[in-house]
Write a protein that binds this ligand. Structure first.
Ligand code: PLP
Length: 451
């Protein structure tokens, strides 16, 4: 039986969302050991790193596994079925992101792989424009790149991009994240696309974070390229996607050289006719299980947006409101605390090292979240300076998704409040940034670090 929560939902609709209508994920009821020898239900707040596996994904993979064999090679019946399933999965994923009919959709390993592929197919005379706020996957792969400074409001982003494009002109590729992985804040994609296209340039969206939280339609948005990972969309098995305008894919050297990407190889192996279609950039044996998993995730999430978005909105409001009531908590924010965002909250707690905090939440409370600089070092440093906690080089990040419920959010907020007001229950040692509990604290106020 699901639990009903009242929702001031996405947009201005009010709704009541039952947890029973939400797609189920594996591991949501997992118990984990605590440092004091007891067990606690695990509360997973690390969806922005990797989301749990949807039950529907596990079912689809298990149903398919008996049929599993070679894909796009092999004449047997099962090979034909695997090949058909792989291509069927591609169609499902295309529909999920609203590809145009002539777009290519290439399966990759993950978003990092997809953006590196994009960097390889960008024509040589084209400059890539990125903001320094990007995740490293969007920041680092480019050959000829103009990096724009981090902006503190949305207007600043639009103006900076307009200015850079006015200088560089049409031979530019803008690469921007749909939602930052540090604060969850949304980038103004419609405006960014409009500005980019006004200058005759192209734009790629890193949808690694956005894809599990908001519907994306490449055609409606008129975005040229889109990259994302299956594992952040509840589909493990090592798959990602790069989709977009076919001409750059066709003109570029194959991303990997090898079997599957060729039409014919002559007696002299330098005499190669490369495929002009999608296989050009999918050399090697395809990840058919990954494709099946991703297609199942796309189907499941596509039919659940109406409950998923408002449900997450309730959890996010509850989490942020709860944290805001704790004076020691500083939430990080790029454009301001009232800007629209997906379910990601990064913060510091005065007087508690973020690494220690994350360890204590895990071993004392059974709560899993991420601490560090989130593979977005320039952005995290910028946000820490801006939040008035420059002494801290890292933060903790709680990220939401399926499997999180109101009770788990309350447990997280209560744990942070207890740690802030009373202290830690254990004594800890640290080496090279890693923390371990050593003993139960005699007095909570004495608890904390032993160096
Ligand atoms: N882009 C963003 C915004 C991300 O948050 C991440 C991962 O956290 C990536 C790219 C890289 O994704 P992956 O590690 O799946 O390649």
């Amino acid at each position: 039986m699901g639990v009903f929560v009242n929702v001031k939902s996405f947009g201005s609709r009010h709704a009541a969302v039952s947890t029973s209508v939400l797609p189920a994920v594996l591991g949501a009821d997992m118990n984990v050991p605590l440092a004091d020898g007891t067990m606690a239900p695990f509360a997973n707040f690390d969806h922005a790193a990797t989301a749990p596996c949807l039950e529907a994904v596990a079912d689809a993979v298990n149903t398919f596994l008996p049929w599993y064999t070679s894909t796009h090679r092999g004449a047997g019946t099962l090979s034909a079925i695997c090949t058909a399933k792989y291509e069927e999965s591609r169609i499902t994923v295309r529909q999920f992101i609203g590809c145009r009919p002539d777009d290519h959709l290439v399966f990759t390993r993950n978003t990092t792989d997809a953006l590196n592929m994009l960097a390889r197919i960008v024509p040589e005379d084209t400059t890539t424009i990125v903001f320094a706020h990007e995740h490293h996957a969007g920041l680092l792969p480019w050959r000829d790149v103009r990096t724009l400074p981090i902006q503190s409001d949305v207007d600043g982003v639009l103006t900076a991009l307009d200015g850079a494009l006015a200088e560089i002109g049409a031979k530019a590729l803008v690469v921007v994240t749909g939602a930052t992985n540090v604060t969850g804040e949304l980038l103004p994609l419609e405006e960014l696309v409009a500005i980019t296209h006004r200058h005759g340039a192209r734009i790629a969206v890193d949808a690694a974070q956005l894809v599990a939280h908001r519907p994306i339609d490449m055609t409606a948005l008129d975005v040229d390229y889109l990259a994302f990972s299956g594992h952040k969309l509840y589909a493990p098995f090592g798959i990602g996607v790069l989709a977009g305008r076919s001409d750059w894919f066709v003109a570029a050297e194959p991303y990997l050289r090898g079997g599957g990407a060729t039409v014919n190889v002559g007696d002299d192996p330098r005499d190669v006719e490369w495929s002009l279609g999608v296989p050009r950039h999918e050399a090697g044996t395809p990840n058919v299980i990954g494709a099946v998993a991703l297609a199942a995730a796309c189907e499941t999430v596509r039919t659940a947006w109406d409950s998923l978005i408002p449900y997450e909105s309730v959890l996010l409001t509850r989490l942020r409101t709860g944290l805001a009531e704790i004076p020691e908590v500083n939430e990080l924010s790029l454009f301001g605390l009232t800007e629209d965002r997906i379910g990601i909250v990064s913060f510091t707690v005065d007087g508690v090292d973020p690494g220690l905090l994350a360890t204590a939440l895990s071993v004392e409370y059974g709560i899993g979240l991420r601490q560090g600089r989130f593979c977005a070092h320039p952005l995290t440093r910028h946000l820490l300076r801006k939040s008035g906690t420059p002494g801290s080089e890292t933060a903790v990040r709680a990220s939401l998704g399926l499997g999180v419920d109101v009770a788990k959010v309350d447990r997280l907020v209560d744990a942070i409040r207890t740690i802030s007001e009373i202290g830690l229950r254990m004594l800890y040692v640290t080496q090279d940034g890693t923390w371990w509990p050593t003993a139960v604290s005699v007095s909570s106020h004495d608890a904390g670090s032993v160096h």
